[in-house]
Write a protein that binds this ligand. Structure first.
Ligand code: ATP
Length: 366
């Protein structure tokens, strides 16, 4: 199950009117679904149900310590986060990503992790998907024992008060989290595997200072570098994915904040092929096959006569482009056709307009 991005607390409360809500810290680590079988074996799966057991032998070996003796089988939904046990502090995602992806030996581990459990989908032979979150959470709390720094329940509050949610949001950011995930507790609060559900809304810290959610974009072409960057690509053309036409649509050119190493790596790893929707004014030197997904943050979305993202959705002829795009990381867990869609780009553009209009009203009220 995945979460819908939102713009702010008010939008959340509007969407969730009269529902009982809970807010949980949104941890920035790796999604891990821990399966414990009756024969005592443990398997761990990642965001796309890929096996990641070999990456976390420490998680496997801790299961018998955090499950209560009455528990014979379970499926837990968790986020595994790099953790400094001495300082009792969550460490950034980048530290976690230094761990090898498989074949990790307990004796070789130097990045400790803490498991933050937020849901339980199966317990002692019974599926819990159809239960409301409130009930699932009771099972979760009743069936496991917290081991500080090794296994903890996701920090949560139950509240519909704007002020309380705001405070909790700030606490989450101070505790090195990405923000909050806000979930319905009862009524329409069943677990919906692999869906981006409206029952979960995310409120991330970067929503406060720019367009909010980052975009996952596909590099489709590049421009040769000049000066010091000659010999490697100096800038990349990025695209979102249009599900309707099954095509990639250009959305921005990104050139800053790349290390020389990163540029070299990309220069070697991508290869040619053009079949994308992109304005005539953009003349890249090389086209790539869609291979990678890059997470990018921007300050603003605007209507563009150069780029073609969401063309025909918001404006009949023009597309949408990103202003001040900034590279965050390569999304190794996403395939190119799982990139941000043109519908999502259009939705982000529209809610930015609504937000601007609201801000304008606020200013006029002041
Ligand atoms: P996107 O898919 O939009 O790039 P994402 O991969 O962070 O973003 P989201 O839908 O935003 O996915 O959020 C769901 C992810 O957040 C989960 O896959 C999980 O890894 C992580 N997460 C961290 N804390 C929680 C929590 N308390 N409840 C649910 N998911 C959480």
């Amino acid at each position: 199950m995945l979460a819908k991005p939102t713009k702010g607390v008010t939008e959340i409360l509007d969407k969730f009117q009269e529902s009982e809500l809970t807010c949980e810290y949104k941890y920035d680590g790796e999604r891990a679904q821990i399966h414990y079988m009756e024969d005592g074996s443990v398997q761990i799966y990642g965001r796309n149900t890929q096996p990641i057991t070999g990456k976390y032998p420490d998680v496997v070996s801790s299961v018998s310590r955090f499950k209560k003796p009455s528990v014979k089988s379970f499926v837990l939904d968790c986020e595994v986060v790099a953790y400094d046990r001495g300082k009792q502090k969550i460490l950034p995602f980048q530290i976690l990503s230094t761990r090898a992806r498989k074949g990790v030996l307990l004796s070789d581990i130097n990045v400790q992790v803490c498991i933050f459990a937020f849901d339980i989908l199966y317990l002692n032979g019974q599926p819990l998907l159809q239960e409301q979150l409130k009930v699932r959470r009771e099972h979760l709390y009743d069936s496991f024992e917290e081991l500080p720094g090794t296994f903890q329940f996701a920090t949560a509050i139950i509240s519909s008060s704007l002020e309380e949610i705001h405070k909790f949001f700030e606490a989450s950011v101070n505790d090195s989290c990405e923000g909050l995930i806000i979930k319905k507790l009862i009524r329409d609060a069943t677990y919906e595997p692999s869906k981006r559900s409206l029952n979960w809304l995310k409120l991330k810290k970067d929503y406060m200072d720019s367009i909010g959610d980052s975009l996952d974009l596909v590099p489709i072409a590049a421009f040769h570098g000049r000066g010091e960057r000659s010999g490697v690509y100096g800038a990349f053309l990025l695209a979102c994915y249009d599900e309707k036409n099954e095509e990639y649509q250009s959305i921005c050119i990104i050139g800053t904040r790349f290390s020389e190493h990163m540029l070299e790596e990309r220069s070697a790893s991508l290869c040619d092929k053009p079949y994308y929707r992109c304005g005539d004014a953009v003349n890249p030197d090389v086209w790539f096959e869609p291979r990678e997904v890059w997470e990018v943050k921007a300050a603003d979305l605007s209507i563009s006569s150069v780029h073609c993202a969401a063309c025909g959705i918001v404006d009949p002829k023009k597309g949408i482009s990103l202003r001040f795009p900034r590279f965050l990381r390569v999304r190794e867990d996403k395939a190119p056709d799982e990139a941000t869609t043109s519908e999502q780009v259009a939705e982000m553009y529209r809610s930015q307009k609504i937000n601007h209009a609201n801000n304008q009203e606020d200013k006029e009220d002041d």
